[in-house]
Design a protein around this ligand. Structure first.
Ligand code: NAG
Ligand code: NAG
Length: 243
């Protein structure tokens, strides 16, 4: 039994992901990103839509923000570090239903956006390039903004973000530093709002932990577990995303 769960954990851990259904309320919330002067952030997404808000975070309503979205299947970063908004666009055909890896890398006045292996760098004007103040910065929102912001627009450095179409698809491997020590870490979801369909793949396995696994079926794209209670058999299938 324990061996089975260890095997499950090994199979599931590297494939942590969650679904955003793209409804009027869907988003996922994560800890603040400590972007500092040289921080980095990365995640992977998969969607069949060409438009949608992927990520937003700001300084709590002053000037600084980072917004990443898909616009006509291209990846667009808009950001401000105080000296004026900058726009960087990379990639194409990103709404093709495949996994794509996004990275933002900061180095003082220079900010680089990468999708897969394509990069573009933009240079900010101004005197200091710190991203807000860590204490006052907002959390990181993925896929949409919580609706309570609609009545608190002054808390947004980029109020138009609430009108962006929500992202519909899958996200995995969100990695950045969320504290003072600046060491990038895999981030865990803090909270989310969604009618259905939002889960971490690992959570779904967790729900069944008390049940007995009666059969495990491996397929190239899917692993299915049959759980047997005294009376019923449940089937759980987990997509086996390969990196
Ligand atoms: C980033 O900046 C911090 C503090 O200034 C420094 O300790 C660290 O070595 C820098 N990291 C990189 C990758 O340059
Ligand atoms: C930022 O980019 C410019 C132009 O490529 C370069 O001259 C400058 O050295 C870069 N700054 C840092 C801190 O790397």
């Amino acid at each position: 039994m324990n061996a089975v769960w260890m095997l499950l954990a090994m199979l599931i851990a590297p494939t942590w992901c969650f679904v955003l259904e793209g409804s009027a309320a869907s988003y996922a919330q994560f800890h603040k990103w400590n972007a500092a002067l040289n921080g980095s952030l990365e995640f992977e997404f998969k969607t069949e839509q060409g438009n949608g808000l992927l990520l937003y975070t700001d300084d709590g309503g002053m000037y600084d923000f980072f917004e990443i979205k898909l616009v006509e299947s291209k990846l667009r970063l808009r950001y401000n570090l105080g000296g004026g908004a900058q726009i960087v666009t990379v990639g194409h055909d990103l709404g093709d239903g495949r996994w794509h890896k996004v990275q933002i890398t900061r180095n003082n006045e220079n900010t680089t956006l990468t999708v897969d292996s394509v990069s573009a760098t933009s240079t900010s004007r101004g005197k200091e390039f710190e991203f807000g103040r860590f204490m006052g910065n907002s959390d990181v929102y993925i896929g949409g903004m919580p609706n309570w912001y609609n009545s608190k627009l002054t808390l947004l450095a980029l109020p138009s973000v609430i009108f962006e179409p929500r992202f519909k698809g899958l996200i995995r491997n969100l990695i950045y530093s969320n504290d003072e020590d600046l060491i990038p870490k895999r981030q865990e979801i803090k909270s989310h709002e969604s009618k259905c369909g939002q889960f971490s793949c690992a959570d779904r396995v967790e729900q069944h932990k008390s049940q007995r696994v009666s059969k495990i079926i491996f397929r190239t794209t899917k692993i299915s577990f049959l759980f047997s209670d005294s009376s019923l058999t449940t089937k759980l299938s987990v997509k086996a995303f390969t990196r």
